[in-house]
Unconditional design. Structure first.
Length: 214
């Protein structure tokens, strides 16, 4: 499936400046998430359209919907063991099924009550939730928060094969855009077309602490 992109400067003008938002390239059928791996894992996944080979189901794997957050994390495909960047098209209903299961990595009293109640939910859940500062193209932190989900157990097993609609190695695109950032030519920078994704379930949106788009 094609990675739909738009000029970064045009998107920046309409993106929320602050708050907690699920920013993603998405439509009614799919949601795109990003991961970065060493070439062995990344090339296997791109060739077979699923995660296998050296990919380990026994550890937690983090998915990110914000392209620029992923670029900050992997250094635009320059950090060791993160040289291969993958775009993964997940079934929309599968992605949304993860959200009610997600338990914050840190205790949030208004969501979980006591520390013990939070720890119990954390132990039972296969999905971790973190809100991290989103980042601009050059790596500077923003006021807006970006979501990342850590998957393990059954959630990771389903993610690695069953939920994938398509998977692409987008490293060449990443490297091309990295040159524009390096040359301070943000007018040439293109990024995936991201808009706010609001969960179908209102209670889930509240539990995640999402900010309503203005």
């Amino acid at each position: 499936m094609p990675l739909v992109t738009e000029p970064y400067t045009a998107q920046r003008e309409r993106w929320p400046g602050a708050g907690r938002h699920i920013m993603a390239l998405h439509d009614e059928r799919t949601v795109v998430v990003y991961q970065a791996y060493n070439p062995r894992i990344g090339h296997f996944a791109a060739e077979h359209r699923y995660f296998g080979g050296d990919f380990r189901l026994g550890r937690m794997s983090w998915i990110k919907t914000n392209f620029l957050w992923m670029m900050y994390r992997c250094g635009w495909a320059s950090k060791p063991d993160q040289e291969t960047v993958l775009a993964v098209w997940l079934r929309r209903e599968a992605f949304e099924s993860l959200l009610p299961q997600a338990v914050h990595s840190k205790h949030v009293p208004e969501v979980y009550g006591s520390q013990n109640q939070w720890q119990e939910q954390l132990a039972r859940s296969d999905v971790r939730l973190q809100w991290d500062p989103d980042h601009g193209p050059s790596g500077g932190p923003l006021e807006r928060r970006a979501i990342q989900l850590g998957l393990r157990g059954e959630a990771l097993r389903h993610y690695s094969r069953e939920w994938i609609v398509d998977l692409e190695d987008i490293t060449p695109f990443v490297r091309e855009q990295r040159e524009h950032v390096r040359d301070d030519r943000l007018d040439l920078l293109r990024t995936p077309r991201e808009t706010v994704l609001w969960p179908a379930d209102e209670a889930t949106a509240q539990r995640l602490g999402l900010s309503r788009p203005s």
